[in-house]
Design a binder for this molecule. Structure first.
Ligand SMILES: O=C(O)CCCC[C@@H]1SC[C@@H]2NC(=O)N[C@@H]21
Length: 185
């Protein structure tokens, strides 16, 4: 069961994602957005099941018409459109970030590595779906344009996440045992 503090934290993370994630910079086929920065920071503060639920709620609210996707877009069609691989990938990567963050001590260096890995993982479904919709798309060029942003978001996000986790996540929940399910899940 979720503890009261985790409900509040999960709600806070969802609200932060809804407000900050849509801000984007145009880079061609896919925008450079704050989505991964804020989703990964938020996920690092939550148990993995809660992180998946929160990001699932973000997708649901965006699909229902709240303008919370890149460039403040919304709509059900986004869930099966050209950037759908990224959107669904957010859910899986949030689960990964939350799970990995709770496995060992979460100092900023480890946080940066987790965020870098999550960004790279996200490119797999993201680019696969994009290429399905746009077989002629210059994915290499798109990747080159995205890489600096991904590195900066991993660095900045890792540093912020390490600070926030130390402040907001109770010490007893900071490193979850993998064998015994964490009560906070
Ligand atoms: O339509 C959407 O809202 C999804 C946009 C996905 C943008 C992807 S997320 C990973 C990569 N990093 C970015 O900043 N932009 C792309």
């Amino acid at each position: 069961m979720l503890k009261n503090t985790n409900y509040k934290l999960a709600l806070g993370v969802l609200i932060a994602i809804l407000i900050l994630a849509p801000w984007s910079l145009d880079l061609g086929f896919i925008p450079l957005t704050l989505q991964t920065l804020i989703i990964f920071i938020g996920a690092s503060l939550l148990p993995w099941r809660t992180a998946i639920l929160v990001v699932g709620a973000y997708l649901a609210l965006g699909a229902l018409g709240l303008p919370v996707f890149g460039h403040h877009t919304s709509g059900f069609a986004k869930l099966y459109g050209a950037t759908a691989g990224f959107l669904w990938g957010f859910v899986a990567c949030a689960g990964y970030v939350a799970y990995a963050s709770a496995r060992q001590e979460f100092h900023f260096f480890r946080a940066i590595l987790i965020f870098l890995r999550a960004h790279l993982l996200l490119l797999i479904p993201g680019f696969a779906v994009l290429y399905y919709y746009m077989p002629g798309a210059d994915l290499w060029n798109t990747l080159i344009h995205l890489i600096p942003g991904l590195i900066i978001k991993s660095l900045v996000g890792g540093i912020i996440a390490a600070q926030l986790r130390a402040k907001l996540v109770p010490v007893t929940d900071q490193i979850a045992s993998l064998e015994e399910p964490n009560e906070s899940d």
